[in-house]
Structures are given as structure tokens and as C-alpha cells.
Design a protein around this ligand. Sequence first.
Ligand SMILES: Cc1cc2nc3c(=O)[nH]c(=O)nc-3n(C[C@H](O)[C@H](O)[C@H](O)COP(=O)(O)OP(=O)(O)OC[C@H]3O[C@@H](n4cnc5c(N)ncnc54)[C@H](O)[C@@H]3O)c2cc1C
Length: 376
Amino acid sequence: MNRYDAIVLGAGGIGSAALYHLARRGVHVVGIDRFNPPHDRGSSHGQTRVIRQAYFEHPDYVPLLVESYRGWRELEHVANRKLFDHVGLIQAGPADGVVVPGVSRAAAMHGLAVEQLTAGEVRRRWPGLSVPDELCGVFEPNAGYLLVEDCVRAHLDAASAASAQLLIETEVASWTADSREVRVRTSRGNISADRLIITAGAWAGRLLADLNVPLTVRRKSLFWFATDSAEYDVSRGFPVYLFELPTGVFYGFPKLDERGVKFAEHSGGRIVVNPLEVDRSIDPDEQHRLVNVLATHLPGVSSNVTDHSVCLYTMSPDENFIVDRHPYHANVVFAAGLSGHGFKFAPVLGKTLADLALDDGTDLPIQFLSHKRFEL
Ligand SMILES: Cc1cc2nc3c(=O)[nH]c(=O)nc-3n(C[C@H](O)[C@H](O)[C@H](O)COP(=O)(O)OP(=O)(O)OC[C@H]3O[C@@H](n4cnc5c(N)ncnc54)[C@H](O)[C@@H]3O)c2cc1C
């Protein structure tokens, strides 16, 4: 049986970062993945991810994001390529909604630069966006987007340069642990190690069943829509955008290539029973919802779909991450239930998991993400 210091189960968005942070600390580590990351079967694909710091969901994420920004800069340096484009993010919604007040609160608490804008100011600054007078806007200039597959590849390359090993197209059927070691049963044989790091995305529910925290997988669709209007080009400085509307929360990216703009709905999504058997075809209702929002709020974007992809959100009960040591096994740590907003945190979660696995704990402020909040 192969023996390692640590095993990372799942080498996607977060696992690739954990592999890098473990390997750079000199740990003999192997990452195991059923597919060949970056791949399009889990949660870390589809060209881009929003990255921002003025976090409307919960201001306690901000210190983690400050560390994450540092991590992305370091990874860009190591990979010698750009992964993060700081084009800024304009978020529009009602003054008494969730998004605009939440962004303003997080920015005020942590001294982050944001600009409060009226609907008219948003329209004048970005004529491609049509924001009705009853909404207001908040612009975060230091936000932007990450190139998601390139980030995963960069973390894996940096991990392998630091001597991490990667076992791809290898399925983990089960794991066990006692006080001496962890054992993982895979489709290519058994592997043991001192520690196990579980970063299994949409498959975490089964692998962490004894936590007794329900994780719900949701099917999310990404659509690319054609546009002739140069207004939306990234080269013109068009930002990332998000709308909180009565019908849902919608977001999109500037035009990066000939496919046009990528646009999607953050809210909703059908529940997935088996992540290996997701329907990956276009859902006409989802397309219709997006086309309606585009027609009203991004009138220069056409309804012609140029590309489409299906991705998975893994929701925790309160939509905050669960990052912790396993309650029954001190040598097992995990990040799960990233609830559709975890990718931007990959460097800080990778570092946190390495700290939890190797040390008594971490200096990073992750207490609010403990699984203990779900204990009765
Ligand atoms: C459409 C969409 C848009 C999003 N937008 C944003 C955004 O704008 N900003 C943001 O920050 N976040 C966003 N997110 C969320 C973010 O992308 C995810 O939280 C993050 O990528 C999850 O990473 P992960 O490592 O947990 O999962 P994954 O990257 O899916 O990695 C899990 C890996 O584990 C492997 N695995 C699982 N089980 C096994 C097994 N038994 N054996 C072997 N391998 C196994 C899988 O093959 C997979 O590679 C979005 C997600 C989606 C789907």
C-alpha cells in the first residue's frame, strides 16, 4: 500500500490549492481525483468566477478575502501569468434589499473602497447597463474576475513543482481513519497517510455523511450570449455586474471572446440527486428567464446563445462554508458546502486546510465556518 504524509481527496478548485499549500510546506502529499482537473463535471469550470471583497453575504468573510487576494497575487507570480482581472464589479438592487446594503455594510466595517451610485450615474458610466431609477448601485473597483480553469491548472502545476503527486481518473470509494492513520480505498488500490483533506465539492455529502449536515446540490446553468456592441468588451473596461431583482439574482461578465457575454442566475436551480448524472442540456425556461433580464438590463446583448455549460452548487443549510476538522477524526479536515461562492477563496481555504491538517489550528479567522454551528 502506498503511504503518504497527506491525501487530498478531490483536486478541483479548493483541493488544487490545498495540494499546493501542503506541498510547499514540504509535505509528501497526493491528490486524488475521479476526473482530470480542471474538468467540467464539478463546480470549477466555465471560464470565469467573480471575485470581490465587500461581501454582502457576511462581513466576516472579508479578512479571509484579504488573505485570498494575497494568495492569488502569489499564484500569479509563481505561474507567471495573469489569473485575476481587476475590472471592478457594479452591483445594482433596491436600497433596502440584501445586496447593496450588505456590500455597503461590509465595506464600512472593513474600510474597503466602494462607490455609491444612483441608477442614472450607473447608466451614464456604463451605457450598456440599463438600471431603473428605483434601484441604486454600488461599485467595487478592486473586484473583478478569475479565469477559473487557469487558476486550477496553476495551483496543480505549482503543487507538482513542489513535489505533490496527482492521481487522476481515480475514484475514491471510501475512507476510514483511526488515531494512527487514514486509509483510502480507490479504483486503483488502497492508499494510506497520516492525514486526509476532503475537498470533494458536490460529492462531499456522501464522503462526510457522519457530519449529519445536509448538503444540497443544485444544477446551475451558464449561458453565453452574442453581442455586436463594443460597449461590453473587457478591453473597454466593462466590469462584472450583478442585479438583485424581484425575480432573482442575476450576474454576468464582460465580453472576453467571440462567444459574447457570459450571463447566469445565482438564485434558484434544480436539485441534483446524483452529481454524476446531471442533465447538461439547455433548459428553455432558464434561457427564457435570462433573455428577459438581458432585454431589460443589458439591451445591447442579443438572445442568441453561443455557448452553454452546467455546473454544480453545493449548498450548506445556511449557505456559509463548512471548514473544519472532522469531529470524530482529528487527522481528517475538510471544506464543504461552499454554496456557490467558494472559488474566490481557493488560496485562503487551501492555506487554512494545510494549517488545520499540519498544525493544532490556524490563525485565520474561520470560527464562523465551523460545523459546530449545526450541532444541536
Ligand atoms: C455556475 C457557477 C458559478 C459560480 N460562480 C462563482 C463566483 O462567481 N465566485 C466564486 O467565488 N464562486 C463561484 N462559484 C462557486 C465555486 O466555483 C465553487 O464553490 C468552487 O469551485 C468549488 O470547488 P470545490 O473544490 O469544492 O469543487 P470541485 O472543483 O468540483 O472539486 C471537487 C473535486 O472532487 C473530485 N471528487 C469528488 N468525489 C470524488 C471521489 N469519490 N473520488 C475522486 N475524486 C472525487 C471531483 O472530481 C472534483 O474534481 C460558482 C459555482 C458555479 C457552479
